[in-house]
Design a protein around this ligand. Structure first.
Ligand code: GLU
Length: 334
């Protein structure tokens, strides 16, 4: 899923053009008189925005923060201690089906994306889902992925289209009104990605600028709160935001450092800037009522923290985030 940096492509194209022009000039000089330049050179056409792009103008009203505060959004249900043999309605239905249906997207480099060689969906989130399938069904391969954009996560869970969502999903009080979450498995922080030497060096520099953010994410309101004069461009995937930044249709991208690091890894002309805007604790999203599955997933996360798998997965996918932290400590409700 590596995007060729747009600057590199532009340079290669320019070099190619220069050679071609030189050859043309030689040929023209030998065979005929120089042709006059066209009086109306073709006009430059700006690239189109990605499908479903929506602009939120500066100073648009900001919805009130989490109407219903909850005491500790990241507290979840304790594993039963029965391990792989735990039973329940949701668990039995998945066992009867023989596959774990997991919602994620394929445009989040490092978390869930298609391996460019094999075409297989891989990444930190994909591997966490595979570990749940290993414990529940006896094989990490018994996973069926359903592609979801960030904005589709909650509805997919409410409709039981998927058993769980593993997609860089922040646990919030508002979301907990509609879905349930596992314990925290990654603690990310919202930051900003900009093109190096573009003049955008801090969050303050976003005043009056255009910021690309995926629709249906926590990232939108955080930027609107701290930089109300920024225009927000929402698109369906983070890969769209990288293209929009490369095409200079936005001045910056803002979301979790974990996601931005995946974009920066695809384009060396981009860099993360500024400090943390907010804490973004990731949880596995699970439909309301499927408490047996919540406890089971929390049991798998306990195993991953204890047997070194979490650290191995972090080292495999997320070293760009800096030194490997210890796994997040779980908080239980009961
Ligand atoms: N963590 C943020 C959220 O859940 C953004 C990440 C994403 O959408 O992939 O809204």
């Amino acid at each position: 899923m590596t995007a060729t940096p747009i600057l590199a492509r532009a340079r290669a194209a320019r070099t190619g053009c220069a050679c071609a022009l030189a050859v043309l000039a030689l040929v023209a000089g030998c065979s005929a008189e120089a042709q006059p330049l066209p009086s109306n050179p073709p006009a430059y056409t700006a690239p189109p925005f990605p499908a479903q792009a929506v602009t939120i103008p500066p100073n648009a009203p900001i919805p009130p923060p989490d109407a219903e505060r909850c005491a500790n959004p990241t507290a979840s249900l304790r594993p039963t201690g029965e391990g792989k043999s735990a039973r329940g309605k949701a668990l039995d239905a998945i066992r009867a089906r023989g596959r774990l249906i997991v919602g994620l997207d394929t445009g989040s480099n490092l978390f869930s994306f298609r391996d460019p060689i094999s075409g297989v969906i891989v990444g930190f989130d994909a591997d966490i889902a595979r570990e749940v399938a290993r414990d529940l069904l006896g094989s990490p391969d018994l996973v069926e992925y359903h592609t979801l954009s960030s904005a589709e996560r909650i509805e997919a869970l409410k409709n039981h289209d998927v058993d769980m969502v593993a997609k860089t999903m922040t646990i919030t009080c508002e979301r907990r009104q509609s879905v349930t979450f596992s314990t925290v498995y990654v603690l990310a922080h919202q930051r900003v990605l900009a093109v190096k030497d573009s003049g955008v060096n801090s969050i303050e520099d976003l005043a009056g600028k255009r910021v690309c953010i995926v629709g249906g994410t926590t990232s939108i309101d955080h930027i609107r709160q701290i930089q109300p004069t920024a225009t927000i461009l929402t698109v369906p995937t983070w890969a769209d935001c990288l293209v929009v930044l490369q095409q200079r249709q936005a001045d910056a991208v803002s979301t979790d450092d974990a996601v931005l690091a995946g974009l920066a890894a695809q384009d060396p002309y981009t860099t993360l800037i500024g400090g943390s805007i907010s804490e973004e604790p990731y949880g596995i999203g699970i439909p309301k009522g499927d408490d047996d599955l919540v406890r089971f997933v929390n049991g798998t996360l306990e195993r991953l923290r204890g047997d070194g798998t979490w650290t191995a997965l972090y080292n495999r996918w997320l070293p760009v985030l800096g030194p490997t932290p210890p796994p997040p400590t779980p908080i239980y409700l009961d």
